[in-house]
Ligand binder design. Structure first.
Ligand code: 5GP
Ligand code: ZN
Length: 114
């Protein structure tokens, strides 16, 4: 996707603070952090949102979750607790239409669910 910010981050066209990279997923720090740790974990393959996942994406998304767990441990927030968010659709606050998981932690979570 030529006009996708996250595809451009994955390709290196737009700079980012990367914390993890393999052949399937990339993780980088959110440019506007909402918590002491705020990492975005994205598949290298462009998928618009959770709504656009296909059956073949299941192992990829499973891997993405596993990487997220390992990043939480690396950040030292596994024990203190963290929140994973996948905003889906504009009505839920999705602003970048390349599927991503927010990993938020490192401080007390007071933000309400809705
Ligand atoms: P969404 O609102 O779609 O769930 O989350 C998109 C996130 O991407 C936001 O938290 C926003 O701060 C982050 N973001 C948007 N543009 C960039 C960018 O160019 N670099 C980085 N690192 N984060 C970005
Ligand atoms: Zn993309």
């Amino acid at each position: 996707m030529t006009d996708c910010i996250f595809c451009k981050i994955i390709s290196g066209e737009i700079p980012s603070t990367n914390v993890y990279r393999d052949d399937q997923v990339t993780a980088f720090r959110d440019i506007n952090p909402a918590a002491p740790t705020h990492i975005l974990i994205v598949p290298n393959k462009h998928i618009d949102s959770v709504n656009m996942m296909i059956a073949d994406d299941e192992p990829l998304i499973g891997h993405l979750f596993f990487v997220t767990k390992e990043l939480a441990a690396k950040e030292g927030i596994s024990e203190g607790g963290y929140r994973l968010i996948a905003n889906t659709g504009a009505g839920a606050g999705q602003t970048v239409f390349h599927i991503h998981l927010h990993l938020l932690g490192g401080g007390p979570m007071k933000h309400p669910m809705g």
